[in-house]
Design a binder for this molecule. Structure first.
Ligand code: ADP
Ligand code: MG
Length: 259
């Protein structure tokens, strides 16, 4: 074994131990190029380290995308803004930059009847934010309420809510689907209070605030919850025809012209 062979073997092991897979994969190629082109040592080292960092960023975002539990295939690019004239793509793109509102714990509320793209758009906003370095969790509101109710029974509600703090944005899809027995335990109210002015929440609802009485145990709590949510919020009202229905109608054969 030559000295170079021995170095190569040791380097391989060391890079495993240091968890630097990108450098491990790339260094022979870069070393060859550096030798051939006479790179200064600093340039060689910088090139390798930068690749490792880029790879780490990519893996981190990949991990955060999978932890966000977003809806597959729903992106801003696949959202047809022409169908919702009251929304501007520029505004949504500004929102996905995140910096102006997420740090302050501001909220987003999306209202509209079923099928107008509330879930699609909220998941797409979530994905864009993750790609911009934020942590997001998308969940159906009733699923999360169920988990929090279980946590309350286990006397662990506070820590369950605290665990959600790691998400810069919590997307609560379909808040109006919370059932009466879920409302009575008020875990949702505690979640909203805990995040108030600290962590952002995006809520979708097909019922305006006036119909939210079934989501919380009593009218006073509904009022208090709405108050906290809207205090620093951007509200989008997507009052358009159901996209689902429109697509279905367009797929039907056209009626024959009258003769
Ligand atoms: P909502 O949550 O408001 O009930 P969804 O987001 O589930 O509506 O939308 C229903 C279906 O229609 C989904 O497949 C969604 O991708 C699609 N859709 C709705 N609005 C749009 C839109 N503006 N552009 C593209 N697809 C849309
Ligand atoms: Mg929906």
């Amino acid at each position: 074994m030559t000295q170079t062979d021995a170095d190569t073997a040791r380097l391989s092991l060391a890079l495993n131990e240091l968890r630097m897979p990108a450098i491990k994969a790339l260094w022979p190629h870069f070393a060859q190029q550096a030798d051939k082109e006479g790179w200064p040592a600093a340039r060689f080292l910088t090139a390798l380290v930068e690749h490792e960092l880029a790879e780490r960023d990519r893996r981190r975002i990949e991990r955060h995308v999978s932890q966000a539990r977003l809806l597959p295939g729903k992106t801003i690019d696949t959202f047809d803004f022409a169908a919702v004239p009251m929304l501007s793509k520029a505004h949504i793109n500004a929102i996905t930059a995140g910096d102006s509102w997420i740090g302050k714990g501001d909220n987003i509320l999306l209202f509209g009847p079923p099928g107008v793209g509330k879930s699609h758009l909220s998941s797409a906003i979530g994905l864009a934010l993750v790609e911009n370095g934020y942590r997001v969790l998308f969940t159906r509101t009733t699923d999360l309420v169920q988990k929090l109710q279980q946590a309350r029974r286990d006397l662990a509600l506070e820590s369950a809510i605290a665990k959600l703090d790691k998400f810069d944005l919590l997307i609560l899809d379909d808040i109006a689907y919370v059932t009466k027995d879920q409302a009575e335990t008020s875990v949702l109210f505690e979640l909203i209070s805990a995040r108030y002015e600290r962590r952002s929440t995006l809520i979708t609802a097909n019922q305006p605030f006036g119909a939210w009485d079934t989501i919380f145990p009593d009218p006073a709590m509904t009022l208090a919850a709405v108050d906290r949510l809207v205090h620093h919020a951007t509200i989008f009202e997507m009052n358009v025809e159901s996209y689902r229905r429109k697509v279905a109608q367009n797929a039907q054969p056209k009626q024959r012209a009258q003769s």
